[in-house]
Ligand binder design. Structure first.
Ligand code: UDP
Length: 390
């Protein structure tokens, strides 16, 4: 892919001026080196990439192996006791689901239980601890002893075992557009992909878009770029529950919230971590827009199946506005390349992150986990039975 626009432009403006020629050649040399580096990165990533099979949530298998690896010697009663205080206790006994009475976030527990109830009948007896907080619990970099706690998101510094977040079904963060919380991934898949059919690639505005609150300052660079370059970027901070003043929206009044479907109007969509991984990520792919994913340390279970440059554009979390601008401009000038990455990103999420895949992941995870338990799991009389409405 040749960045012909830039080289032609430089030749024309500088043809009769030696000094100009020199600076522009230097400039265009840097730009050309940079663009060919990006092109190489993309080519290498695509050559290396082996798409996974469509069956049995196989795309995410390595994550289960990775997260259970610290527990290969077995989960003893002692390890379970260490995990006990870090979340909500669940048991599956004779195919039925039980939970301790108190749940810190009832809607989140309900979101998790939708899937647990569906997979329980086919599972052996087992017990496990589900952390429904936003952040993981057992950090080995801070010297924590390992303990098998299920958390929805983590970095590689944690011993936590990733599970599909409650918000695939319910209990996601509530915003004005989704007052009972973002949820029902099965429904979002349909409504957002329909919006993508309406906003086909050629109809999309060539603008980078972001709407969200300031849960992390890493987002500031894009907001600032939007303020200095509004024709290239439309990124604004919205209010969240912690909002107190304009300082929390980087000294601008909070913007109105925008639905996932409306995101499909824009060609380039940005994802950032929040407190942990943001639920936004998976939805963005459904628009068939090009996803720019900033930072790679905070994960959900399906992130490792997505590959940088194959499915999305990776951006460093320390990238300043100038660098972000360069990436957006590169893809504006390499439109068909942008579309190919966007289409692959969509297809991957569409094929490998169905509601069935989420259930399948839970089933495989719990089956493997059950095999590691080294003690007899006896029914805990203090737990209550959870009946799931089908
Ligand atoms: N959100 C949205 N439209 C908006 C603002 C937020 O759909 O205008 C969604 C967003 O995609 C995310 C959730 O609401 O899934 C919370 O977003 P926020 O930026 O507040 O926090 P995050 O969870 O990303 O840290």
């Amino acid at each position: 892919i040749v960045n012909s626009y830039q080289s032609n432009q430089n030749e024309e403006t500088c043809s009769s001026d030696n000094i100009c020629n020199e600076t522009h050649n230097k400039y265009s040399k840097n730009i050309n080196e940079w663009t060919s580096k990006i092109n190489k990165e993309i080519q290498m990533a695509i050559n290396k990439y082996i798409p996974c099979e469509k069956t049995n949530c196989s795309c995410h298998k390595a994550v289960i192996e990775h997260d259970l690896n610290p527990y290969q010697d077995g989960i003893t009663k002692e390890l379970f006791t260490l995990a006990r205080s870090k979340g909500t206790k669940y048991q599956i006994i004779k195919g039925e689901l039980y939970r301790e009475k108190e749940c810190h976030f009832p809607a989140r527990c309900a979101g998790v239980e939708h899937y647990l109830g569906a997979v329980a009948p086919k599972l052996p007896n087992l017990e496990f601890i589900v952390n429904t907080r936003d952040w993981p619990q057992v950090n080995h970099a801070w010297g924590n002893r390992k303990a098998p706690v299920f958390s929805f998101s983590k970095t590689n510094d944690y011993y936590d075992i990733m599970y599909p977040a409650w918000s695939f079904w319910e209990g996601g963060p509530a915003i004005s557009l989704y007052p009972t919380g973002i949820g029902r991934w099965d429904k979002h898949r349909v409504s957002i992909s329909s919006a993508a059919d309406k906003w086909t690639w050629d109809k999309k505005e060539e603008i980078a878009f972001f709407r969200g609150s300031r849960t992390n300052e890493e987002r500031d660079a894009l907001i600032l770029l939007s303020r200095s370059d509004p024709d290239l970027v439309d990124a604004k901070y919205t209010k969240n529950q912690a909002w107190k003043s304009d300082a929390d929206t980087l000294y601008a009044p909070p913007a109105s919230e925008v639905s996932f479907e409306e995101h499909c109007k824009y060609k380039y969509l940005f994802n950032y971590r929040g407190v942990a991984a943001s639920f936004r990520f998976k939805h963005l792919f459904l628009c068939k827009s090009l996803v720019f994913h900033v930072g790679n340390s905070w994960l959900e279970f399906f992130y490792p199946s997505l590959r940088p440059w194959v499915h999305y554009v990776p951006i460093s979390p320390t990238a300043k506005a100038d660098e972000i601008k360069k990436y957006i401009e590169f893809f504006k000038e390499n439109d068909s390349l942008a579309k190919e990455i966007a289409d692959r990103g969509f297809q991957h999420i569409w094929d490998h992150l169905t509601d069935k895949d989420v259930k399948c992941y839970w089933r495989k995870l719990l089956k493997k986990y059950a095999l590691l338990i080294k003690y007899d799991v006896n029914k805990d009389k203090d737990l209550i039975r959870i009946d799931i409405k089908k």
